[in-house]
Design a protein around this ligand. Structure first.
Ligand SMILES: [Zn+2]
Length: 465
């Protein structure tokens, strides 16, 4: 029986089983649902055992005093001990469902309408991790083998939607068991149902708050204005100096480590059917595209770093006038980072730049909350991406293009701690309304995902050896 025939023969049971899992409200961000997240992990572990996975474990996170939410680990070793090893990452926790009134069906009563399956977690991410369970079986059935051609290690986290707070520690604690040659991430989207694509990177992030202090108290602008430094003037000048007239960030060294887009990647981005007017409509009806000179809109949001002023305040903002020189000014700034950039290095550059640009008589304080999020990236000419692209193209029967994502999750931790390249294989769509009411997934795409996953292990067995 070939892969499509196996999938066709098993699809009804696949969706019946998935619906059982989807019915568990594993909302990790809501303490009232902690037991449900644990139940979701146990359900998946039991399911995988039933399918014959030789190793299935539920991994607790956190400490006995401050427990986190459990992840599921399962391993199916290849017959050949020298075969490549692959970790497949996804998550079994889901977002909250409020506002409930905006759902057309109950979020935890999975409901089919045409080709769509509605419910929380259908696309993000239970549906997408579930297609691997069918894919690995389909591949083995087609090969007439009792083991996959690579060692497959599933790692299904339970805290992704609440910040993956214990995830890096979990990876470090189980580093040996998670040793691998590649990490497949199935928690992203494709360009569209007609234009299948693979994500090749996610931007990182770092944030800062700046406080500029001038006089010890607000001053009468008639008595003092024009004769002492005004912190809001200084802040306006500082923030205005963050970009040059080409839309480039002026921090010294900001672009030094950026991995440039290759001509091939730019050409493939340009093949995506992108309608800028329609995109502007989704951007809060923005009236014009804007950004770093020399780059397209998709390149700007996916592959170029940015600085954004998120808020500025100070002085008198209430009704009526108040003629003062304010005592202080505030601003919040964030940077989206791309492949090659280190949040810590950008933080230090920003501190030094603020100090250097603070005028005499003003005291500057820069507060940086946390270490930031590192960007992640998988070059399109890497062996893993090429192999996965071949598997996707075989399943979809058409050219697979590339995208990136503007935001980020725990992917950089996976790549850094396990020291293996990332490969994004996912079939979600932007219109799946993840994190929103009426989340859905396209069932034919989940089956395509299973088919691609079935071919993936053969491709990896060759490419990663
Ligand atoms: Zn997700």
């Amino acid at each position: 029986m070939d892969v499509p025939a196996y999938i066709a023969a098993n699809e009804a049971q696949f969706f019946a089983d998935l619906k059982e899992w989807l019915a568990i409200p594993s909302i990790s961000g809501d303490p009232a649902h902690r037991a449900d997240v644990a139940r979701s992990a146990e359900w998946l572990a039991g399911y995988l055992r039933g399918l014959g996975w030789p190793t299935v474990e539920v991994w607790q996170t956190g400490t006995p005093d401050a427990p986190g939410l459990p992840a599921v680990f399962a391993e199916w070793p290849a017959a050949d001990p020298d075969a490549p090893k692959v970790v497949v990452y996804g998550h079994h926790d889901v977002q909250p469902v409020e506002p409930l009134a905006e759902w057309d069906t109950d979020p935890f009563t999975p409901t089919e309408k045409g080709d769509s399956l509605y419910g929380r977690g259908t696309s993000d991410d239970k549906g997408q991790i579930f297609f691997h369970t069918l894919g690995v079986r389909a591949g083995m059935a087609a090969a007439g083998s009792g083991a996959p051609p690579v060692t497959v290690k599933l790692l299904v986290e339970g805290e992704e939607e609440s910040g993956s707070v214990h995830f890096a520690d979990l990876l470090r604690a189980h580093r040996d068991r998670l040793a691998c040659d590649a990490i497949v991430i199935s928690d992203t989207t494709m360009w569209s149902a007609e234009v299948p694509s693979m994500c090749t990177g996610m931007r990182g992030l770092t944030e800062a708050e700046v406080v500029l202090r001038g006089p010890g108290t607000d001053l009468h602008s008639g008595s003092f204005g024009g004769a002492v430094p005004n912190p809001l003037h200084a802040m306006a000048a500082l923030m205005a100096a963050l970009h040059d007239d080409q839309g480039r960030v002026t921090l010294p060294g900001f672009y030094d480590d950026v991995v440039p887009l290759t001509d091939q990647e730019r050409a493939l981005f340009a093949k995506l059917p992108f309608d800028e007017a329609a995109w502007l409509a989704t951007a809060g009806a923005s009236r014009a595209a804007y950004g770093e000179a020399g780059y397209s809109t998709l390149e700007r949001i996916w592959a170029r770093p940015t600085a954004e002023i998120n808020g500025m305040w100070g002085g008198h903002t209430g009704p009526g006038g108040k003629t003062i020189v304010p005592r202080e000014a505030h601003a919040k700034v964030s940077f989206r980072l791309v492949a090659g950039q280190e949040p810590g290095k950008v933080q230090e550059a920003f501190r030094a730049w603020v100090a250097e640009h603070t005028p005499e008589g003003i005291e500057a304080e820069v507060v940086i909350p946390g270490g930031g999020v590192r960007p992640c990236f998988s070059p399109i000419d890497s062996a893993g991406v090429q192999a996965a692209r071949a598997a996707m193209e075989k399943a979809f029967g058409t050219e697979v293009l590339f995208t990136r994502e503007g935001g980020s999750g725990p992917e950089a931790d996976l790549a850094d701690i396990l020291e293996a390249p990332l490969v994004f294989v996912a079939v979600g769509l932007n219109e799946d309304r993840i994190h929103a009411p009426n989340e859905k997934v396209e069932m034919p795409l989940l089956l395509k995902g299973a088919e691609a996953a079935a071919y993936l292990w053969d491709e990896f067995a060759e490419a990663l050896r």
